[in-house]
Design a protein around this ligand. Sequence first.
Ligand SMILES: [Ca+2]
Length: 572
Amino acid sequence: MKTKIVALLLALVMIIPMFAAAEDDYAPLAPLEETLTLRVVMPYGLSDLADVGEGVTPENGIWNDLILEALNIKFDWMWTVDSEQWTQKFQLSITSGDIPDLLRLTEVQFHDFIEMDGLREVTDAYHKWSLKEMLAMDDAVGNLPTKQATVDGKMMAVPRFEDNYSSVYMLMYRKDWADNLGIEAPKTIYDVMDMCVRFQNEDPDGDGENNTSGLAMERDPFAGSFGPLSFYQCFGGYPTRWVLDGDEVVPGILMDGTYEGLKALRELYAKGGIAKDFAALSSDNLNEDVIASKVGVFFGMWWNPNYPGPQNMNYDEKAEWIVQPLPGLTEDQIGKSSINENMVQYYNAVYAGAPEGAEEALIKILNYDYCWLAPIDPTTPNIPDINTQKPLTDDPEILAQRDAETKELTLKGRFWSWLPVQTWPADINVQNARNAYNAWATGDLSYLHSATEKDWYDRTVAYHEKDYSRFTRGSVEGMWWSRTNFPDGGIATAVKVRDEGNVVYNVYYGPATESETQYKSTLNDMASEYFIKFIMGDVDVESWDGFKSDWLALGGQDWWDEVKVGYAELHG
Ligand SMILES: [Ca+2]
């Protein structure tokens, strides 16, 4: 017995310091031990100056004091420049060898720096110092951004990135019309086509007149929202994208799926499921048609239930919309939307010649920036005194005080984008939506961390209580269907698509190739004209092979060959 207790005590003694050490180690916002001076540069918009006090610039603004005070990092400004002259000025700086310690690099510059051994590895610093919120947002997108910044197993930069999954296409349709005609939720793209034809030819709004149409489709055959792009995608066709077919990169416009989608659109047009005059319609016209209850089906993105959905619901008290992922060809597959594989806007990197400790400094500046943009775990040590991190309140006095403080700090130069390296809370919409949903679903308001989340929550409550005293019916329906409805709203649908990997990547994101610059607009005009004629039945169905040959002969083959080389370089 005694031995057991001793063993237990020993185990405890050994475990406690390990835990304690782990807790102590998490210090993403702790100041550097010794002041570190870093040479920096930055572009900024001249219009930014309208928001700050006279004579205030990034070089003398309050960020300099805040970063020094919080992180013990001093900016030594080499120069700043009007955003429009940034590319030229920065390139000149690199060429002349007068290179700053902290860099923000384009894809091409990043690879140039790697080639000349110009960057410091940041793998260890990234994992040791990053806010867990920063790591989580990279995890949320399958670590694609950090993979892209990794060369030979070493992370060479911290990318500022966006969540491209938020741009997947989805389907929206008038549920009240479908109910009126006894149409069940469509399971395949063919069900959707049938629904479109019935919306056009029958009387879904029940007013006894033939005044509704099916699929909202605009005149550009390669347009995204309100365009046919998502329709081809339901058939596995990806015009305007470069996608992988096995190991080979191919132009999506020439894929069999594009041809199948085109034939289906032709059939839909012949049966009356698309407006006869679609080739004259702009996306603005279609927005108006949705709002005026003239059209019942459209493809769009997660935010579309909030525009033009609410405007329609305010106009038509019977209107109800449903969101679902792109349908596929059979019940057991959904359509795969295409997103850009590249999510990186630019690379935050450390120059090889920077002083010791610059890697840690880079990560901590990014952490600090993140705190200013989004709420973090309130138990994180050294949280800066920033509004985003303060407890939520309804107290008008406190809110007014915070507003005044924000205004004063902005005047002193705390302009949101005035840091030489920057991050972005890429998954903030998903977080806000989830927190607002959880607060409503559980009644536990501690889920709410920001004024945005509180607003989304308030509208969600109003939606469920059908209380339109503070917000219109349209705006609370729009909030629920675009954002806070889990698992069926717009954001939840995008998350579902992301988690199930139901996307096809657009895999070429290098600079425009020589032939692209030379031939793209001719090819696009030729293809647009052909696609419109095809849909309207003005060319033979068998003409597809001829179109493909023409596309290749008119410069498409050269463009394709160059993209193959560029793809290999990017994915080396
Ligand atoms: Ca009618």
